[in-house]
Design a protein around this ligand. Structure first.
Ligand SMILES: [Zn+2]
Length: 436
C-alpha cells in the first residue's frame, strides 16, 4: 500500500505534458509538495491518503500561470477608466502610487492573491514596488510567484542605481523564499525609462545572481518611436547591443516589433508575455503572437495589472488571447484551444524558468493542480474539454486549488486567507488612499 497526502479520484485529467492525451477516470496522488501518481485509476497502485477528493464531473489541469501583472494595482481597480495611457498614468496612477505605503501594497497584494486562488492561478510573475510585501502575501496565501522589484530611472541616475541596489538586495533575500515558492527576478521597467548604462548594470547583476529579468518591451508606438529617435536603435536592437538578451529575459507586450527584432528575440530565446486585455483596453495595439510562435519563441499569457484589465481571471485572458489573434490574422485557425491552454500552463512555466518545477501534471513535479467543475450549463456538453476551458469556462468554475501539495481552496472555500477580511481591508485601504 502506497501512502499519499492527497488523492483525487475519478477526474478527467489534462496533463499538458506534450505526450499524454486526455485521461478519463483519472487518479492524481500527491505526497508532500510533489505529484506521486497521475494516470488511469485502474492502473494505479493501491494508495491511501489522509485527504481524498471526489473528482467526478471535474477536470484537472496544471494551475494556471499569469506571466505579467502588477498585483497591488488591485487597489486601483475601476479608479480611472477609458483614458489614454499617458493621461491614465500621469494624472491618476503615478500620483496615487506615490502615496502608497508598504502596508497598502501588502493589502492590495493579499486581495490579488485571493483573486488568483479563486480563479485557479497558482503562479504569477509580478513587477512592482516593495516586492518584499508581495512576497509576504504570497507566503501567507500559499501561492507561487516570480517577483521583480520595478526599476525606473526616468533620467535620474542616482534613483536608478539605488533602485537597482535595492532590487539586488531583494533578490539575495527572497530568491527561494516561502519554501522555494518565491523566486526573484530583476525588473528594469522599460527601455524608455532606464538608460543603456543602467540596463547594462542590471544585466550584469542578474547574471551574477543567476536570475532572470522582466521588462516591458514595445508596448506603445509612441515610446517605441521615442527610443528609436533617442538612440537610433529599436528597443530590442538596443537591448541586443548591450548583451542584455538571454533565455531568462521575459519581455512583456512586444507589440511594435520589426521583423529584425523578432529574429533577434528568437536567436536569444527571449520569452514573451502576451497581455491581450490590457493591450485592447488601453488601445496599445495587437502583437503578432502567431509570428513570434512560428519563429520558435515561447509565449505565455498575462493579465497585466488589474487597473488595466480589470481582473486577474486567466480564463477570460485565454479566451481573449485566442480571439484577438484570430482577428489580428483574420484567420480562425490561429491559436487553437489546446495551444492556448499550453500557453497558460507549460509555456508560462518556461517563460518564468519554472519548466522543471510546474506547468504540467507529471510525477515528480510540484503538485500545483486545479480542478474545474464542469457540472455547469455553460460547460455542457463536453466534446472537447480544451475548448470548454478556453472558450466557455470562467475563473469561478474552479472548485479546488492545490499548490506545492497544499490545499488552498476546496469547494470554492479558500483555506489560507479570510476572504471577508481581505476584501474589507482592501476596500478600506483603497478608500483611504483617495483621501490622503
Ligand atoms: Zn505591465
Amino acid at each position: 500500500m502506497q501512502e499519499a497526502d492527497i488523492l483525487i479520484h475519478n477526474c478527467t485529467i489534462l496533463p499538458m505534458n506534450g505526450k499524454d492525451a486526455i485521461i478519463e477516470n483519472g487518479l492524481i496522488a500527491t505526497k508532500k509538495d510533489k505529484i506521486l501518481y497521475v494516470g488511469r485509476e485502474t492502473k494505479a497502485p493501491k494508495t491511501k491518503a489522509a485527504i481524498t477528493i471526489d473528482g467526478r464531473g471535474k477536470v484537472a489541469t496544471p494551475g494556471l500561470i499569469n506571466c505579467h501583472t502588477h498585483l497591488p494595482m488591485t487597489l486601483f481597480r475601476g479608479i480611472a477608466e477609458d483614458q489614454p495611457l499617458t493621461t491614465w498614468l500621469t494624472q491618476t496612477i503615478w500620483p496615487l502610487e506615490a502615496k502608497l505605503t508598504p502596508n497598502d501594497i501588502y493589502q492590495g497584494a493579499l486581495l490579488g492573491c485571493l483573486e488568483n486562488i479563486k480563479n485557479g492561478t497558482t503562479t504569477f510573475a509580478d513587477m512592482y514596488f516593495h516586492e518584499e510585501k508581495i512576497a509576504k502575501a504570497v507566503e501567507k496565501a500559499g501561492l507561487r510567484a516570480v517577483l521583480a522589484p520595478g526599476i525606473i530611472e526616468a533620467e535620474n541616475r542616482e534613483k536608478g542605481e539605488r533602485m537597482l541596489k535595492e532590487s539586488v538586495e531583494f533578490a539575495q533575500k527572497y530568491n527561494g523564499y516561502a519554501d522555494g515558492r518565491v523566486t526573484a527576478q530583476l525588473g528594469p521597467h522599460a527601455v524608455y525609462t532606464c538608460s543603456p548604462q543602467l540596463l547594462t548594470q542590471t544585466r550584469e547583476e542578474a547574471s551574477k545572481l543567476g536570475i532572470g529579468m522582466h521588462i516591458h518591451v514595445a508596448e506603445s508606438k509612441q515610446m517605441a518611436k521615442l527610443v528609436k529617435k533617442r538612440y537610433g536603435l529599436t528597443e530590442i536592437e538596443l537591448l541586443e547591443s548591450i548583451n542584455f538578451l538571454k533565455s531568462n529575459v521575459l519581455a512583456a507586450h512586444c507589440i511594435y516589433l520589426t521583423e529584425k527584432e523578432m529574429r533577434i528575440m528568437a536567436k536569444q530565446n527571449v520569452k514573451v508575455s502576451y497581455n491581450p486585455t490590457a493591450n485592447m483596453k488601453i488601445a496599445s495595439g495587437t502583437p503578432k503572437i502567431k509570428t513570434l510562435i512560428d519563429l520558435g519563441i515561447t509565449v505565455g499569457i498575462g493579465t497585466d495589472g488589474p487597473a488595466s484589465n480589470n481582473n486577474l481571471d486567466m480564463f477570460k485572458e485565454m479566451k481573449t488571447a485566442a480571439l484577438l489573434q484570430k482577428i489580428r490574422y483574420m484567420n480562425p485557425t490561429v491559436l487553437q484551444a489546446q495551444q492556448v491552454l499550453e500557453m497558460a500552463t507549460t509555456d508560462g512555466a518556461k517563460s518564468l524558468g519554472l519548466e522543471k518545477t510546474v506547468g504540467s501534471l507529471e510525477v515528480g513535479k510540484k503538485a500545483d493542480i486545479i480542478l474545474i467543475d464542469f457540472r455547469k450549463p455553460h460547460l455542457t456538453p463536453v466534446h472537447d474539454p480544451y475548448a470548454n476551458i478556453v472558450y466557455s469556462a470562467r475563473g469561478s468554475d474552479v472548485d479546488t486549488v492545490i499548490v506545492d501539495g497544499k490545499l488552498l481552496m476546496e469547494g470554492r472555500k479558500v483555506k489560507t486567507l479570510d476572504e471577508e477580511e481581505v476584501m474589507q481591508k482592501a476596500q478600506q485601504t483603497a478608500s483611504e488612499l483617495l483621501t490622503r
